[in-house]
Design a protein around this ligand. Structure first.
Ligand SMILES: [Zn+2]
Length: 461
């Protein structure tokens, strides 16, 4: 910056002198003076010098303004607070990412992590699990985002690999790598809110349930064929019929073997009711396709909504994620027994695909194309649950990533029900049920029943 000012200074002064000299040569010498040219020359030079300095000051002011703006916008690209850990980002700005810190919770998240980045970070996490230098995929992604300003192109992938190599070899710690990264804490908190519940330890039922528990090599019969690259390490098992695993414990939302199509449709226009944006992801398929819980949590909403039709809202135990599943089947939308307050485990069948919705009247198929709409809302503060401060993220890359962990379902004969084919035990469920969930922000049942009376606030379809 100094050098630029210096250059400007020289430019301003020499520029003025240059003009002066040029005029002298042409014999114009500025305004024709009343006084003689001889002794007039010096005051004129001073006058021009003054103008030069004035011009310089103006240039400096403009320059300072421009560089301040640039700093602001680069800060906004990285979106975070300087006050470590807690950050807030405003939305609705021209570039939608301008930052200001005004409170102690995150106000806005653009989840721009690509499918490739999710896969790469996940592989590092699973590969290093149990080693001396474990890599946390959330931290690795946050590191890349802090380096690139949230751009997840090829450079980010290279950045992650380089860092992960150093980390895994013990050449550096994440603290060291992120020391000077102003927005690392913001990204870590934001990404943890998005994907923090998806990877961890869990117990998976062995194919031969009730048989001898023990180490299994690779995957169980059930998870084989799910394209699960690096899916879950196995560990020493101590629970009968179950094997301990580490990896992706979140599930793909549709039962394995059911055809579907999808594309990135986040943010496209919708017009039923009012003009708005599509704040979720649509997966087109067949009526009755079993829908599975992506993550474990508590059923917070269940019933009719004029936009989402028969829909289910499930809150993660830490309260930060609200999973929204909409347009479920007419007449038989939900898994038997599911109700508000029910605790579900990732991979449980929760309902069935349909095309209900777009009607104030219940149980109406007003959606043209049969599909599951699923959305993911982030909640850092309860004030963000309903209204103008809602944060919904683009889950298309995440949906693709979740395809690493699918599960088959079997029909319960003589009913319309389907069941999952193998159970898992999720420590998060156990902690919640034991009442010692790390921090459960899940509101009391009365609270969310009350919230459900607010019709029209849910940005479904
Ligand atoms: Zn939708």
């Amino acid at each position: 910056m100094e050098s630029v000012f210096c250059f400007l200074h020289i430019f301003a002064v020499t520029g003025c002198l240059g003009v002066e000299m040029e005029r002298e040569r042409k014999g114009e010498a500025g305004r024709p003076g009343r006084e003689g040219r001889g002794w007039k020359k010096e005051p004129r030079l001073v006058e021009w010098m003054k103008k030069g300095i004035l011009a310089e000051c103006l240039l400096l002011a403009v320059f300072a303004g421009v560089s301040f703006y640039q700093e602001q916008s680069s800060a906004s690209r990285e979106s975070s607070s300087a006050s470590g850990g807690s950050a807030s980002v405003s939305k609705g700005n021209a570039d939608s990412k301008v930052l200001f810190v005004e409170d102690d919770y995150i106000k806005w998240v653009d989840f721009t992590v690509s499918y490739e980045a999710l896969c790469q970070a996940y592989e590092w996490d699973v590969e290093t699990h149990g080693t001396e230098h474990e890599i946390d995929w959330v931290e690795l992604l946050a590191y890349a985002a802090a380096k690139t300003g949230g751009e997840f192109g090829k450079d980010a992938l290279k950045t992650m690999d380089k860092a992960a190599e150093k980390l895994s070899e013990g050449e550096a710690t994440m603290e060291e790598l992120t020391e000077d990264l102003k927005y690392y804490d913001y990204y870590r908190e934001a990404y943890d809110a998005v994907i923090g519940g998806l990877v961890g330890e869990y117990w998976e039922q062995t194919p031969d349930a009730g048989g001898s528990a023990g180490r299994t090599e690779g995957q169980t019969a059930d998870s084989a064929g799910s394209g699960a690259a690096g899916q879950g390490q196995t560990g020493g098992a101590e629970r009968e019929g179950y094997v301990e695993r580490y990896g992706l414990k979140g599930y793909f939302p549709l039962a394995r073997g059911f055809d579907y199509t999808h594309y990135d449709d986040f943010g496209v226009g919708r017009s039923y009711g009012y003009q708005r944006k599509h704040l979720g992801h649509d997966m087109m398929g067949l009526v009755g396709t079993p829908i599975m819980a992506i993550e474990s949590g508590v059923v917070e909403a269940l019933g009719w909504n004029q936009y989402g039709g028969w829909r289910i809202g499930i809150r993660s135990f830490d309260g930060k994620r609200y999973y929204y599943y909409a347009h479920l089947r007419q007449n038989y939308p939900y898994a038997e027994g599911l109700e508000e307050g029910s605790v579900v485990t990732a991979g449980d069948v929760i309902g069935y695909m349909g095309h209900t919705g777009y009607s104030v009247k219940e149980n109406v198929n007003n959606i043209k194309i049969v599909h599951l709409h699923w959305g993911l809302q982030l909640i850092f503060d309860e004030s963000q649950k309903e209204g103008n401060n809602e944060i919904w993220i683009d889950v298309y890359p995440l949906t693709r990533f979740l395809a690493k962990h699918t599960q088959a379902a079997v029909k319960v004969e003589g009913t319309k029900e389907w069941r999952r084919t193998n159970q898992i035990m999720d420590p998060a469920v156990e902690a919640y049920e034991a009442g010692n969930s790390e921090k459960s922000k899940t509101p009391a049942r009365e609270d969310f029943l009350e919230n459900n009376h607010i019709v029209g606030n849910e940005p479904e379809q």
